[in-house]
Write a protein that binds this ligand. Sequence first.
Ligand SMILES: [Mg+2]
Ligand SMILES: [Zn+2]
Length: 315
Amino acid sequence: MNKAAFLDRDGVINVKAPEGQYVTRWEEVRFLPGVATAISRLNESGFRVIVISNQRCVAKGLVTEEQVVALHQKISKELANLGAVIDAVYFCPHDTEPACNCRKPAPGMILQAAKDHQIDLGASWMIGDSAADVAAGKNAGCKTVLIGRRAVSSASPDLLAESLLEATGKIFDFEGLSGRRGAMPIQFTVSATIPASPDQIYDAWLSSKGHAAMTESAAKVSARVGGAFTAWDGYISGKNLKLKPGKQIVQSWRTTEFAASDPDSQIDVLLEKVRGGTKITLHHTNIPGGQSDYKTGWRECYFEPMKKYFKAKAA
Ligand SMILES: [Mg+2]
Ligand SMILES: [Zn+2]
């Protein structure tokens, strides 16, 4: 038997459309921050990741079932490129009336997925941003997480979280999976080509405004050796250890997931002018064992938004 994380789609994986509107085309999909990191962690921890989504836009004639399937294939492919695997997607194409047994809060889709993928529902979680998601999870016998700043207390989920990333952290804590620490610290190297000059990247990395703009989240950054920084709304913090303008940034680096007893990790960012911009090579060393997949995090939360930011800036 397998365990699964059943994920609602809109408001959990991607930004929800305004009330009464629907996300029906790839151009309208905007992934929420940290989603690929969260899904890749669920993958690593042995959870099947299965999307369970109500899409009554089909019944309303706004989109065909085939188009929804194609959209889900595109979403899965893009997430897979970031190291996050979605194992299956189920959606209900029906309207609220007449009642079907798949539209959440009914448990039909979860029960079908459990059959198809040999899932132990008691060991599984439903993660959604509405009371119907929580009810569907409970009706299927799963534990539940309600996501969003406006917690619907009447839904009484097992856990509350503001994002899928926070939800996975809380699930791992709940399941006792967080304490796993390998004896060996981890290190890796990631690289990407960013459409900007080395100086532009260096300056943006070391300024509060630039860092926030290129990562799309709050940052407070010193440009001096010995100066401190925080990024990603305080999730990341550290100090500048060595700075070579336009060439190299060495920083101590930790996230709120490090235990107090864990030493800082270190990043060494090298900038090199190449055709089409700058090759950024990031060596990340001394990461405590048993931590999440920061390699995916660098791609998803830095390199991809940086590419978009500098491309838009140049246009
Ligand atoms: Mg939703
Ligand atoms: Zn249905």
